[in-house]
Design a protein around this ligand. Sequence first.
Ligand SMILES: C[S@@+](CC[C@H](N)C(=O)[O-])C[C@H]1O[C@@H](n2cnc3c(N)ncnc32)[C@H](O)[C@@H]1O
Length: 282
Amino acid sequence: MIMSFFERLRSLINKGTLNSSGYKASSFLNKNAIDFLNPFINDLQIFHPAMSSMLESNEGVRKWEYGMMLYCLPSFQDKSVLDIGSGPSFLPLFLAKTQGARVTVLELPQPYTIEFEQISLRFRQENITLKAGDMRDMPFEDDLFDYVISISVIEHLSHSLDHTSFASDEIFIHETKQTLKEMYRVLRPGGWIYLTSDAYIPGRVKQDLWAGKLLNGNPYGAYSIEELTNIFIKTLQEIGANFPFPIKFEKSLLLSSSKYASYRNRYMTVFNLFAQKPIHAQ
Ligand SMILES: C[S@@+](CC[C@H](N)C(=O)[O-])C[C@H]1O[C@@H](n2cnc3c(N)ncnc32)[C@H](O)[C@@H]1O
């Protein structure tokens, strides 16, 4: 079989022939990693003009989010992939057309970002299955997907469709846990979850450049840094998930350098999380 440039690069990195510089981790956005991830991102950048502007927006956060996924996960060839909340993204098309993945997208019947019909038109010819539904209660049977992806979606459980009303912390956390359990439920044994979202240091964020306002002194649509361990890791661990990569969610990282901070605020960041369902999961 002839390997693409992309696959050759991945295999060199996986064999350790290329130095992976310790980036293979569940951690915070790291702007210094973007150069390293460039070979993976380049394929995406040239894939679609809208994709390239999306990758440039918000200080290139998506470059890191997508780049880390493409670099860290094993090949997408023939894998069944669920992308939750793809909104206006061309990532599902990229995975289906260039990576050989069998892609399903789950979106709200009234997405926040784009008309449902527009997403449907975009995916129709490409054999991508689009399902209307909610990540809190997914319309899929158990053990279905090799990869369950959710990029900058789960934090939206905190607010209503029009952003005028907000869930209490209790409901937000409860629904976050429920969603994590759903992601794990629909994952095949041996499959991977890849998710990204926003986190902050409590008490340090004076304004939020995305939402423009704070809620009880903290940004909404984000998790405190402690919650990454107490909610995300703990919930997935309790239901049996493994974390094959090191987990680096130390507050000191974000305090030490602005390379970890996101466009929302100096004391806010984007984080990613890789988790795996064990092969022999019940
Ligand atoms: C920031 S946007 C999409 C980001 C996209 N994943 C990307 O890679 O650019 C968030 C998307 O999540 C969708 N969404 C929000 N809440 C959801 C829910 N409960 N279930 C499924 N999708 C949801 C919204 O409709 C919106 O299109």
